[in-house]
Design a protein around this ligand. Structure first.
Ligand SMILES: [Zn+2]
Length: 101
């Protein structure tokens, strides 16, 4: 496990792989079985390499049931009281993110 933390190139490669997996998930967004599998693999890489999921990809999947979000299909986005409210239609998890001024 220690070698994971010491090697900076391993981190770069892991981030690149996460990027590729989310690209693939987007390309297969009509097929939830594939899209969800790519999200799972990306999460596994991040956890194995002890990385935070890059900020860009954090809103792309449900943090409760790990499905890939397709807005309008399995994700509801509403703006209320100065917050963006995202509801997962699969498990019902709600995320409220304040809007910055
Ligand atoms: Zn969910």
């Amino acid at each position: 496990m220690t070698q994971h933390r010491k090697n900076p190139i391993a981190k770069e490669i892991a981030l690149e792989r996460i990027e590729i997996l989310f690209d693939q998930a987007y390309n297969n967004r009509t097929d939830p079985a594939f899209a969800n599998r790519y999200v799972m693999l990306a999460r596994e890489i991040a956890m194995c390499r002890r990385l935070r999921m890059p900020r860009v990809y954090r809103r792309f999947f449900c943090h409760s049931c790990h499905v890939y979000f397709v807005p309008g299909n399995n994700l509801r986005v509403r703006v209320q009281h100065g917050k963006v409210i995202s509801t997962c239609k699969v498990c019902g998890a709600v995320v409220r993110i304040p809007i910055k001024h």
